[in-house]
Design a binder for this molecule. Sequence first.
Ligand SMILES: *Cc1c(COP(=O)(O)O)cnc(C)c1O
Length: 462
Amino acid sequence: MPTKITLTEDEVPRQWYNLAADLPSPMNPPLGPDGNPVTPEMLAPVFPMNIIEQEVSQERWIDIPRGILDLLYRWRPSPLHRAKSLEAALGTPAKIYYKNESVSPAGSHKPNTAVAQAWYNKEFGIKKITTETGAGQWGSALSYACALLGLECKVYMVRISFDQKPFRKTMMNAWGGNCVASPSMETHAGREILAKFPNTPGSLGIAISEAVEEAVSDPTGQTRYALGSVLNHVMLHQTIIGLETKKQLKKAGIKKVDTIIGCAGGGSNFAGLAFPFTYDKINGADIEIIPVEPASCPTLTKAPFMYDHGDVAKMTPLLPMHSLGHNFIPAPIHAGGLRYHGMAPLVSHAVEEGLMSPMAINQLECYEAALLFARTEGLIIAPETSHAVAATIRKAKEAKEEGKEKVIVFNLSGHGLMDLYGYEKYMAGELRNNELTQEEINASLDQIKDQPKAFVKKSGRW
Ligand SMILES: *Cc1c(COP(=O)(O)O)cnc(C)c1O
């Protein structure tokens, strides 16, 4: 039984998988301010056209350009590990595997799409990319990618993380990126929020407004915006995770996977692992697919599926997704990358179809799981990733009670070496659960009740 299963560079998939081609019911289109579907031309000031084409593509398989493969080879293929020590500690008959995306230079799955997006922007003649970042993972991944391709990078970092994780900013600077705390005084959107809420911890929704505003207001037209999650093309780029995993499980002699688990903020690392297995499920396989979110930001488990903006200033189109409302500001939990009010439309749609079974877990159970993982497998994981580990532990215990030798695979989305402050607080007994009450959810949803309803014509197969 191998401890870790590797692939050669030759074995890295040459195409991404697009779930949009296989969804059993049609997706709702994004809507513009007039309530009509957005056209590619309307998105052109924000994204380069080659990325917009990917965003709306219905092709099942999309070739990975040679130039992007060469960038991915710097750390890919990533290893798949068997969590033997965790299994032993839990006394479970389950076989637990994890795909280790923490081996990238920035320490998470995010460079998979960062290098692809930077490459497409460069191809299109763009000189500068703006973005937002929550915990700092996306900002550092994009700074890294821009450094490889000689592009300028500007990052709006959510204030709470900017204060809690100063070294993430240092990483961005080391790769040549420019990072400011959001809300900032540099944009209209930022100044407006600061005037109303001078002490706000910030949110991804606010930071996105600032980054989009800077991109679309560059008079030279050579700046575009990049999003690290949520959109279809980001999910697409991340599917290399699940496609590699399938090859690795085959090498390990695994014929049937029972459970796929990933933590879900905007949905990209989860989708990256899960979509290639969702393809199998659509084609008849019996697989349980679980996105895991924080109980303090329960988008998939408690929020409705509807049309909402991706940001506070309503700069983005209305997207069909599970959303707590674009004004929602989650509790300042340490899993900064999971503090997003919405969820990828592709993931939201698949959940509506019944293809996925979301789960919400409180912060304390997640940190407990992270410490058990550190003390068995040895890796100190990101607070975001701890949600996937906590769910894996629940499932492994269930398998023990049922006496079943299940195969569980989760995505280790990133390491936690830049997140030790949260670990310190947890070990000092200073963290609390911040489970959201129904009243708080209702109050936030009340603000978006007049927005259009989204609707999935369910196939009824799951
Ligand atoms: C950003 C991030 C997440 C959450 O984002 P998704 O798009 O939901 O994957 C999860 N884990 C890590 C380590 C991250 O950096």
